[in-house]
Design a protein around this ligand. Structure first.
Ligand SMILES: [Zn+2]
Length: 896
């Protein structure tokens, strides 16, 4: 395909804003994000292997943040790369109804408008309607923002965790699990957030350390075993004391019961039990058992058939069961009162300051209370009918150990080593509490008949109870944990349970990326659902990205005011620059620094690519597509083409191994240093290289496309190609021969020599008008042949390259290349005396300066009292000056 060269007018500055929205619209309208349309358009084939990614659905009420920018950059690089390799590539977008935060957000707004208790005042239906309206309004925001990032997802398959398809999926699975005996309702302890008025799973808690007091006491004067606690008020709910059965101090008391009291009105029984789980060396070696307010103690209650007394209520205050002296008190007041009682009755043995770890609500921030409640659970350890395994086993078997390629049907986690954490978590897994006491979400599909018969599982209201024929029902008011629905994400988005076509082609999905904070919340539960429902893993590869941190290594947060808005970055620097700054430096599992200058730097690079292209497009005789690798004439032609092949192999391999940063660095280096700084300069001298220039450029556009989709597509438009760049075929090459690699090495050495000579000219202020001599020691013929010398002399303005250094030749020593010594000789009329003086003077100045800085940093009161940024800045300044000093001293040594 050729187009006659017409005058083209390409501005010197690439203006991202002029092109990005239009290009995205054209991709979307052209159907390029949809794998079926790509088959129809012939850019891939019906029998091509599939490549699928499910987008972790962002919260429907959220706005785009840096984390989304990172995740979308990662997903879209993979998606575009695989699409260009001809796979049937599908990236499914979606949003999450984010039950707890969404309802909390709306309730907070309503309360700000003066409502005291929205749930009470509005009732279920009305409140849900308000939330639904709110969600509909905000939904469009996040979706349009994802488009801004250039993410090539198939919008025709857009899913929502709370739409009709998901409702059907969730209800179907709930029924299947219930019928399989895996879902049960139980009165058990749960993690309760008083502030949020709802339960939390273990994984929704954030552990924090806080100051506390440890009280050691006896329940009564005649009680033989002392107990230690940080929460004396919960002791009103104690029903036993557990000791190790072999503990010589206490074993004689096992089986005895004592009646004790913590006030006039509250008498209760404490039974002494033996349990081998108790650590006799911890604390007093005895454990006050509070079954209602501790998960461990609840388990003890189950084993020893103890009583359960709930003394803290859902409102966070003491209950009636705590006794009339305590009822209604806050836990803090009750604590003081119990301690007071112990003190007055000489029961308090010791009181000391301590630190304790407590679980807090990730969402609401309050300290979690453990309380007993009627809840729905998924049983992890019960055998699944017909499978001879339980859910815990299914989840364990799904993950490969390390990066073992033999385990083809298993999931591989990156970085290597994460699977150990996973297995540890699986080994300690508890039953999953799936009910939540909020209204926004999938309501539990369970109905209770008036006569309290067996509950009926059904998404619709049952006609009549099969036991008592009653027709009046109450639906369970609770909703399902959000993760119950997002756990079905890999297959419910592909049509399960109704349609099979997409599932057959696109499941298991190929790759998924996520932050490690949802490792258990989401990844593990997707594994549970997929292996249970489909007997198939949900994805083959999981990539965990780290966190983005600011320049000082701190997390981005509103309170630190260090937040950067990705949309603002796009507005200022363009999407390609933002994507580049997300991908360069990224590696699985590791946190990465992100700052505005980084985006700015990559904007320069986007513009560099634009200018390279501009130069080529303007200077070639004819703008055309080059389909075959052109024949090169000179050594440089051959080497640039070989080098290109080499980097194609390296880039392809790196992306395949999720080394996105490495692939980008290889490409960056080639584009800037090999192609622009070197080959294009050679081409200016040697001329007649249109085909090679065009070929290398077109190949580079393809290689860069997954990273910088917009600018590459825009440049591609100048070629009037029949198909857009987004669906161009990725280039494959053969491995290079030994000779090829030697040729590349030679040119690299030559380049290095030129670079060193140029920088020596800069350092010593030697103008290009002065021609220098080069002395190279011990290079054999292999590396530098006459052709190389010619190029070196042209580029670095040297002549007379010799392999020995004359005894009296005045010279500068260059940095060695490939381990060999190089000298630059000067004509005798250059006088370095002045230069030496200048350098010596500068050294003196800098030495004084660095001494001042060192004194400052050595001053304790400065380091202690100055702001940390100032100290850091001083430190940095000193490092800079020291570096400069070292360089000057080296220069001085180089002159001979
Ligand atoms: Zn009934």
């Amino acid at each position: 395909m050729t187009s006659k060269k017409k005058e083209i007018d390409i501005p010197k500055i690439y203006n991202a804003k002029e092109h990005e929205d239009r290009i995205y619209q054209e991709w979307e309208n052209g159907g390029f994000f949809n794998p079926e349309k790509n088959i129809a358009q012939g850019s891939t084939s019906i029998d091509a292997p599939s490549f699928t990614i499910m987008m972790p659905p962002p919260n429907v009420t959220g706005v785009l943040h840096l984390g989304h920018a990172l995740e979308n950059s990662l997903m879209d690089v993979m998606t575009r790369f695989q699409r260009m390799r001809g796979k049937r590539t599908l990236l499914v977008p979606g949003t999450d109804h984010a039950a707890v935060p969404t309802q909390a957000r709306v309730e907070k707004d309503l309360m700000a408008q003066g409502m005291k208790n929205p749930r009470k005042e509005l009732g279920r239906e009305k409140l849900l309607e308000i939330i639904r309206d709110y969600v509909e309004k905000s939904k469009a925001t996040i979706l349009s923002q994802i488009r801004k990032l250039g993410t090539s997802c198939d919008w025709s398959r857009l899913a929502y965790t709370f739409d009709e398809s998901r409702s059907k999926t969730v209800n179907t699975i709930f029924k299947k699990m219930y019928d399989d005996g895996l879902i049960y309702r139980g009165y058990r302890t749960v993690n309760w957030s008083v502030a949020g008025q709802c339960t939390h799973s273990e994984d929704e808690l954030v552990n924090i350390e806080r100051e506390a007091k440890l009280y050691t006491f006896k329940y009564s004067e005649d009680f033989p075993i002392p107990i230690a606690t940080t929460r004396p008020e919960t002791k009103l709910g104690d029903t036993a004391v557990a000791v190790h059965p072999d503990d010589e101090r206490y074993k004689k008391y096992i089986g005895q019961s004592f009646t004790v009291n913590f006030c006039e009105s509250k008498f209760f029984e404490i039974k002494i039990i033996g349990d081998s789980e108790v650590d006799p060396n911890f604390g007093t070696g005895a454990l006050g058992v509070t079954p209602a307010h501790s998960q461990i103690d609840f388990d003890l209650k189950e084993r020893h058939d103890l009583l359960l007394i709930q003394v803290i209520g859902k409102d966070g205050n003491m209950t009636e069961e705590a006794g009339e002296d305590y009822q209604g008190l806050s836990v803090e007041t009750a604590r003081e009162k119990v301690v007071q009682f112990l003190r007055e009755n000489n029961l308090l043995i010791n009181e000391e300051d301590t630190k304790q770890i407590v679980g807090t609500s990730e969402r609401f921030g309050d300290v979690i209370e453990v309380i007993p409640m009627e809840q729905w659970f998924v049983n992890m350890k019960k055998e699944i009918p017909g499978r001879k395994k339980n859910l815990q086993q299914l989840m364990r078997e799904a993950v490969a150990i390390g990066h073992n390629g033999d385990e083809k049907q298993k999931i591989i986690l990156s970085p290597n080593g994460f699977e150990k954490r996973y297995f540890r978590w699986i080994d300690n897994i508890r039953d999953w509490c799936i009910s939540r006491q909020i209204w926004w979400g999938h309501q539990i599909p369970v109905w209770y008949c008036e006569n309290k018969c067996q509950p009926i599982v059904s998404p619709e209201k049952p006609k009549e109870c099969s036991h008592c024929k009653n027709t009046t029902f109450q639906r369970d008011p609770d909703t399902l944990d959000t993760w119950f629905s997002s756990a079905t994400w890999t297959f419910s988005t592909l049509g399960w349970p109704d349609k099979k076509a997409d599932l057959n082609v696109y499941h298991p999905t190929s790759w998924i990326q996520m932050g490690y904070e949802i490792f258990f919340l989401w990844m593990a539960r997707m594994i549970l659902m997929s292996t249970y429902i489909l007997d198939e893993i949900p994805f083959r590869n999981v990539y965990f990205h780290g966190l983005l941190r600011d320049k000082n290594g701190q997390k981005f947060s509103k309170s630190l005011r260090n937040n950067l808005d990705p949309l603002e970055m796009i507005e200022k620097y363009g999407t390609d620059a933002l994507r580049m700054s997300m991908l360069m430096g990224v590696s699985p599992g590791n946190d990465m620094k992100f700052y505005e200058e980084k985006v700015e730097h990559y904007q320069h690079f986007v513009n560099k690519l634009w200018n390279i292209s501009r130069y080529i497009l303007i200077s070639v005789k004819e703008i055309k597509l080059i389909a075959q690798i052109p024949e090169g004439n000179s050594k440089d032609d051959k080497v640039i083409l070989l080098l290109l092949q080499k980097i194609i192999n390296e880039v392809t391999e790196s992306i395949e191994n999720y080394e996105f940063s490495r692939a980008g660095e290889i490409l960056y280096d080639f584009t800037w240093h090999d192609f622009a700084d070197w080959y294009i300069e050679v081409a200016k001298i040697e001329k007649e290289k249109d085909d090679i220039l065009l070929y290398v450029l077109q190949t580079l556009l393809k290689l860069w496309h997954p990273y910088m989709p917009f600018v590459t597509e825009k440049i591609w438009e100048f070629f009037d190609a029949p198909q857009k760049l987004i669906v161009q075929k990725w280039i494959t090459t053969k491995e290079l021969s030994l000779k090829d690699n030697l040729d590349i090495a030679r040119v690299k050495i030559r380049k290095e020599i030129v670079k060193n000579i140029r920088s020596a000219r800069r350092d010593f202020n030697i103008p290009v008008s002065i021609i220098l001599g080069l002395r190279v020691r011990d290079f054999g013929e292999i590396f530098l042949i006459e052709e190389d010398m010619k190029i070196i002399s042209k580029f670095a303005r040297v002549e007379e390259t010799l392999f020995v250094l004359g005894e009296n030749e005045m010279h500068i020593t260059l940095s060695p290349v490939a381990g060999k010594l190089l000298y630059l000789t000067m004509p005798t009329n250059i006088d370095f005396t002045k230069e030496k003086e200048r350098i010596n003077k500068e050294i003196k100045n800098l030495e004084d300066y660095t001494l001042g800085l060192a004194n400052k940093l050595g001053n304790e009161s400065f380091v202690k009292n100055a702001k940390p940024e100032i100290v850091e800045e001083t430190q940095k300044k000193k490092e800079d000056v020291d570096r400069k000093l070292a360089l000057l001293k080296k220069q001085l040594k180089q002159i001979n």
